[in-house]
Design a protein around this ligand. Structure first.
Ligand SMILES: [Zn+2]
Length: 271
């Protein structure tokens, strides 16, 4: 995997997720294809509990293994599925993102290292956090590269509105760091990352407007909205996207909902 040196102490091993390495001692989000890289780091941090971000937490040689406590749902596969698909069941092909099936244990409740600042960026998951290390903000899955946005059509946020607030928080923080790194997307300089962040904010606002347009013409279930936004959507991504769509809809004050024969339908309120 190509490694990009960002500052004197900070490098990023590109991947999905991109993995941050500080001084060969602290690693953030070792997962995906980067799981097997052997760096013998003292500290393994994960931004959140999704299966593609937690492989580093299984490295027994690390002295400190930290995950935000609100994401301890990832300690076993049932919790991991519940926070991604909304439920668990017997093994099925629909659980496409079950990259890790093992139980996690013996995590540390705090990082105990002064070089790391934890930044709460909830929305993608309950405990999703960024880390500022060596003047670089690793923002995890708070926002995404454009190809990821296009590919999923709706970025995965368990709480759409908290996620939006987290993006504004990053915009403020951007003023005081040298670089910003995200997990799934390109590795750019700070100015291009700020442009990408703004693109993500606009993208969220566009989704709100598109959904409001759709439900002002006809009443629709969250699943129907998901299909209208992405006609070639997979069964797995219907499960994921409807979570974000329901979070978005129920945070709007000009909508109403009702049970019809096709399910829970939403429509824009007419004043
Ligand atoms: Zn994630």
């Amino acid at each position: 995997m190509p490694t990009i040196k960002l500052t004197k102490d900070v490098s990023v091993i590109s991947g999905s997720p991109n993995t941050l390495v500080f001084d060969n001692r602290i690693i953030v989000d070792q997962g995906g294809k980067n799981s097997s890289i052997d760096i013998n780091a003292e500290v393994q941090l994960a931004t959140h509990g999704h299966a593609d971000h937690i492989a580093g937490l299984f490295k027994k040689d690390a002295k400190i293994r930290y995950l935000p406590i609100e994401d301890y749902w990832t300690l076993n596969i049932i919790g991991r599925r519940a926070l991604v698909y909304g439920f668990s069941s017997k093994n099925s092909d629909i659980f496409m993102y079950d990259y890790i099936k093992d139980n996690l244990e013996f995590l540390d409740n705090n990082i105990r290292i002064s070089e790391v600042e934890v930044i709460k960026l909830p929305g993608h998951t309950p405990g999703h956090s960024g880390y500022i290390i060596g003047d670089v903000l690793y923002a995890g899955d708070a926002f995404f590269g454009d190809k990821v946005l296009e590919g999923y059509s709706v970025p995965f946020y368990i709480d759409f509105w908290e996620a939006e607030q987290s993006l504004y928080k990053i915009k403020e923080l951007a003023k005081s760091v040298q670089n910003i790194v995200i997990s799934h997307g390109p590795i750019y300089n700070k100015n291009k990352m700020i442009t990408l962040l703004e693109h993500n904010i606009n993208y969220l606002h566009n989704i709100v407007n598109k959904i409001l347009d759709l439900i002002s013409m006809e009443e629709l279930t969250a699943e129907q909205i998901a299909v209208k936004l992405k006609p070639d959507i997979s069964p797995t991504n219907i499960l994921l996207n409807t979570i974000t769509i329901k979070s978005l809809l129920l945070g709007l004050d000009n909508i109403e909902y009702e049970v019809k024969t096709n399910g829970l339908v939403f429509r824009k309120r007419k004043h």
